[in-house]
Design a protein around this ligand. Structure first.
Ligand SMILES: *Cc1c(COP(=O)(O)O)cnc(C)c1O
Length: 377
């Protein structure tokens, strides 16, 4: 393809010498679990997300699983309780709930944000609802007064799935006054999966929170349920972060705003240049920081033909996500109401290349190719 969707090696190229040195430092240190790089990453994430507590973990799904598991150990959630979650999300959000024997209450999304539609939350509440999981999907902050008010009124925890929006800032402050994603709700999960805005070279993730008890519980759970060595208060897991990944992330994390800004430059170019009436482009908020554009997702009723037209012209695209969780074989038995927006998005959405390795000139060329798409032909 002349225009690749994403080339991870090129994304990491600007940092590669520093990364190699950092990895060698870990190798030479002889400390292969925990240690200074993991502690440094904890501090770096804490200052980015403006939270007092960070628990580095193995990946984003484990971060979400551990948050819910910690709430269970704390007596705040129990088997069979329910968590409100947008149906339009990566399946990991929902796996974290079902893995803990809780039920996902799938709520449809607002077509203009593709994120949780707050007007649909209340009708999904039951006496067993314990939390709202808000997912900042595609990098767009999903945080507003409605979510806060509903959570307060019904005594619900708010869990952020911040896998796709590291470094984003909300217009509406969070529960503890912080405006950065990861610090808005009661607890949040970050993913450093290699394709995320800040990616490791393997799996990595973190929990961010203002709640010291949640942090301590999750930290113990991630380390066999052990608070001090050979003393197990919980029947825990091993979900620790690899220090080699921590060292790589300590090189990349300081560049998060720069990286996000470069994505936004590409988004602005698409927004200015795409003018095909059969294509809907995402709304751009006048507020600069409330979307870090993990994906630039357009929609078209002729999505498959458009994707083919782009491929025929050398443009690689992707679909996030072709099959919503509730239509996956593993969730055949999951009960849910109608989810028309999520299902339409699955048929119509198309993600365009938006990473730093696609130049602005290439973005303009891709937009021009989109403009030559004729839905009748
Ligand atoms: C990537 C992702 C996750 C899971 O993170 P991993 O590090 O891949 O386990 C969870 N939720 C969303 C929305 C994601 O995009």
């Amino acid at each position: 393809m002349k225009y690749p969707f994403l080339q991870l090696k090129d994304v990491n190229a600007p940092y590669i010498e520093e990364i190699k040195q950092a990895v060698c430092r870990v190798i030479d240190s002889g400390q292969y679990i925990g240690g200074t790089e993991v502690e440094l990453l904890e501090q770096n994430i804490a200052s980015l997300c403006r939270v007092p507590h960070v628990v580095p973990v193995s990946n984003g799904l484990d971060a979400l699983r551990l948050i819910i598991r910690a709430y269970k150990e704390m007596g705040i959630m129990a088997d069979g309780d329910e968590i409100i979650v947008p149906a339009n999300t990566y399946i990991a959000s929902i796996l974290a709930i079902t893995d803990n024997n809780l039920s996902p209450a799938l709520v449809d999304v607002d077509p203009s944000t593709m994120n949780l539609d707050p007007s649909l939350i209340e009708e999904a509440l039951t006496p067993r609802t314990r939390a709202i999981m808000t997912v900042h999907l595609y990098g767009r902050v999903a945080w507003n007064r409605d979510i806060i008010d509903i959570a307060r009124r019904h005594n619900l925890r708010i869990i952020e799935d911040n896998a796709q929006a590291i470094g984003a800032k909300s217009r509406v402050p969070g529960l503890s006054g912080t405006d950065m994603t990861g610090g808005l709700g009661d607890a949040a999960a970050i993913s450093f999966y290699p394709t995320k805005n800040i990616g490791a070279m393997g799996d990595a993730g973190a929990i961010t929170t203002h709640d010291p008890q949640l942090a301590a519980t999750a930290r113990a759970l991630a380390n066999y349920g052990s608070d001090t060595r050979y003393h197990n208060i919980y029947a825990g897991l091993n979900c620790r972060l690899d220090p080699i990944q921590a060292a790589i992330l300590n090189v990349k994390l300081p560049h998060v705003h720069e990286e996000n800004g470069q994505r936004f430059d590409r988004v602005r170019c698409y927004a200015n240049e795409i003018n095909n009436p059969s294509v809907t482009t995402p709304t751009i908020s006048p507020y600069l920081y409330d979307n870090v554009w993990h994906q630039y997702v357009i929609t078209s009723p002729m999505r498959d033909a458009l994707q083919k037209h782009l491929a025929d012209n050398g443009v690689a695209t992707d679909i996030h996500y072709p099959t919503p969780a509730h239509l996956q074989p593993c969730y055949r038995k999951l009960s849910h109401g109608p989810l028309p927006v999520t299902e339409r998005l699955a048929r119509q959405c198309l993600s365009l290349p938006v990473t730093t390795t696609t130049s602005i000139r290439q973005v303009a060329e891709i937009a021009a190719i989109i403009n030559t798409f004729d839905p009748q032909s």
